[in-house]
Ligand binder design. Sequence first.
Ligand code: HEM
Length: 508
Amino acid sequence: MHFLEPTITPPSFRQRYRKRTSDLDKIPTLGYSAPFLSYLTAYRLNTDGHELLAEGYEKYKPGLFKIAMWNRWFVMATGQELVDDIGKAPEDVLSMRHAMHYFFQTAFTMGSQCTRDPYHIPIIRSQLTRKIASVYNVVHEEVVAAFSSAIPIEGSEWTRLFPQKTVERIICRTSNRVYVGGPACFDENYQELNIEFATNVMRLARKINKFPKILHPIVGPFVSKLSSQLRRQTRYLEPIVEERLRQLRENGDAWEKPNDMLMWLMEAAKGDELSTRNLARRIFAVNFASIHTSSKTFIYVLYELAANPQYLQPLRDEVEAIVAVDGWTKAAISKMRRIDSFVRESQRLHGVNIGTSLYLIPDAVSHDMHIASLRRLALKPFTFSNGITVPAGTIVACNTKAVHHDPANYDRPDTFDPFRFVHLPKEEAAKHQMVNTSTEHLAFGYGVHACPGRFFVSNELKTMLAHVVVTYDVKFEEGQEFPPDRFAGEQVSPGAAAVMFRRRQPAA
Ligand code: HEM
């Protein structure tokens, strides 16, 4: 029994409470469960969560274990069957949306309609995915333009660059070319606003979650920046939306509609959702899901490249051979097995997940974003395939990092082996492409809520890597090693390190 659970309760509630705690009692506890001592475990989860959860994974796999947080139990599932159970559980039983609503404080950070009626998600899943081939040329065009304005390709001098901001900008500009088109996507202030929005959601949610739930309605509006951010976003989008509405009114089907996310949203939006302010909110929501996940993923890819420049040539050989036949097209990108495997392997070692932090812990400085994923809030009792039931109100998740470093799942799991997924037999290799999710590779989640943007983003990131290897020489400065990760609240980020770029020189 957790010491923070109520002890004086009305009879009907008491019965439910007994059932709830007896269900939880069947799950072994990692660390302390006794009153007050469990604070020690909650504290350790806060400061040394990475080690603690790895310990639990080793000890209880395959199975469940629970850990005391400050105010409730948190249940971790280990082993493929139980990860599969979470991934496949329906939203009305194990809810990602409810978890997000609370953890990201969506009411104050982006507007609760984004989780109440996430109509933008089927658009990402269907329209964005289906249209990748038709928008590919603009993605490639933006990648080339964004890199050449960020990293000069004249001369043969090395340019030293801390890639964090540059990569965020490149991702934001390239993705927004497909989300809203020009002129907004080219505007640096628009890019800045959307990057700032994505950062603020996490930062402000963390601030609000420092306070007890009862104070959220007071603290939330006080710290929220949503109104002013929406006003600014609306200013960029208003002329575009108005012009499109005019075209639709005047020319109807005779007008060739723009092929972008904003247009797909306008076509799907009902009632008030068609207002520019609400469309602006959805574009924020899409950028929130995209910008940091994609840029952190690419920074790790760059670091692996800089740390292992011996892989530049085999990557170049592949890209050049394929582009010579297919040009820069989606079809060409799909054939780049080494590029695909390089990014997937980097994701395996340095996975960044969204929606995965444990931060019921106020102001946690923990390693959770990296290690826990498929985090769900049980809305009803949920029975795992091993027969154990968790009661409603329990947070469940699994440990991405432990899964990705488990020798049962990967040979030499701690080694960066960039072509690991190329060397598999053909039928096996097809199951291990960057977009494939499985209970052993959780970088894009798994099951019902697996990332719907992964098809788009895999093309974008692979195009970026392919462009970098054929355009630049890349390395770390003398003495610079792969930097250790940085942890802040629920976020894990690549550590800061300068990467050296120069225009590709002819092979010696
Ligand atoms: C490398 C970049 C990305 C990574 C690593 C990533 C990772 C993830 C993960 C792990 C989840 C599942 C979370 C869970 O099950 O708890 C997820 C969900 C989601 N992702 Fe991505 N993502 C990326 C890029 C994108 C992009 C570009 C978009 C939009 C275009 C996007 C939109 C979403 C949405 C809307 C969800 C929620 C799905 C749902 O609620 O069913 N993501 N992402």
